[in-house]
Ligand binder design. Structure first.
Ligand code: AMP
Ligand code: GLY
Length: 282
């Protein structure tokens, strides 16, 4: 098969390496990186619009395209490929809103009874400050929109919370702090069938001894023992399957979870493989 992998990071390198274990595959990357260039043919990226990605897939007559990062999915690349009759791994733009907007995601969880932290959406700063009265500390403050894992502040007191509101605002999600181990639970779905990958965990904070601020992930590991069999079933039934059913979800779906004393709860969904979780899992 001719397979095109879109992206330029470690996650895409892991995807290309793994796909390359089948020596019958012909591998391409858009745009790839120097590591990927040793095992696949890298195509030049003019811009990352859905149209340019489709043009690249057409130029090599790709049988399958795998999208690494979320931005092209949020921009509708999967819809465009489907309309053009080309196979792609990734959700529609409608389903990709789960990652593109925290407000959309939280409302989606609430409407479908998917377990998540209690929350309030604030449209402007004054409303956000008032909403703080309804929470205990620590409290979690999140910017709406794509922030690559960096739009979140866990504030230990009111002073820090107000500072976060000023720097992240105006449109914010304010939510309850969940206590427990964090797990990345990633599945691959064709819209009906769902295959869970090995549970994983990324190291969030920069600097030794976890002394720095949160990042998109400084490293990762995966291990079956991160969740018990009973927890995995609960995650599939209460968190993953309702999302797949409601959106006919296709592609990789990444649930960021906290395993609380009252069961697994979802912090966020990503509509792609995690980076660096993919490197550990693949
Ligand atoms: P997010 O972008 O929503 O995944 O948040 C980034 C990181 O902040 C998460 O991976 C968690 O480590 C932490 N975090 C976010 N929301 C909460 C919460 N409600 N309770 C505890 N930790 C959280
Ligand atoms: N490592 C976290 C993420 O990919 O969003």
């Amino acid at each position: 098969m001719k397979i095109l992998v879109v992206g330029a990071g470690g996650r895409e390198h892991a995807l290309v390496s793994r796909l390359g274990r089948n020596t019958l595959n012909d591998l391409y990357a858009l745009p790839g990186n120097p590591g990927i260039a040793r095992i696949a043919q890298c195509l030049p990226l003019t811009d990352s619009s859905p149209e340019s990605i489709l043009a690249a897939a057409n130029s090599v007559n790709a049988d399958l395209t795998v999208i690494g990062p979320e931005a092209p999915l949020v921009a509708g690349v999967a819809d465009l490929f489907r309309a053009a009759g080309r196979l792609i791994v990734g959700p529609t733009a409608e389903a990709a809103r789960l990652e593109g907007s925290k407000v959309f995601a939280k409302t989606f969880f609430r409407d479908r009874g998917i377990p998540t932290a209690q929350f309030i959406v604030a449209e402007e700063r004054e409303e956000a400050r008032r909403a703080l009265d309804r929470f205990t500390y620590p409290v979690v403050i999140k910017a709406d929109g794509l922030a690559a894992g960096k739009g979140v502040v866990i504030a230990q007191d009111r002073v820090h919370a107000e500072h976060a509101i000023d720097s992240l605002g105006p449109r914010l999600v304010i939510e309850e702090y969940l206590e427990g181990p964090e797990v990345s639970f990633i599945v691959l779905s064709d819209g009906t069938n769902v295959v869970p990958l090995m549970p994983s965990r990324d190291h969030k904070r920069v600097f030794d001894h976890d002394e720095g601020p949160n990042t998109g992930g400084m490293g990762a590991y995966c291990d079956h023992s991160l969740v018990t069999d009973a927890q995995a079933i609960q995650i599939m039934e209460t968190i993953i399957q309702p999302v797949v059913d409601a959106t006919q979800y296709t592609g990789f779906l990444y649930a960021g979870l906290i395993l609380t004393a009252s069961g697994p709860k979802v912090l966020e969904f990503n509509v792609r493989l995690g980076d660096p979780e993919a490197q550990a899992i693949l």
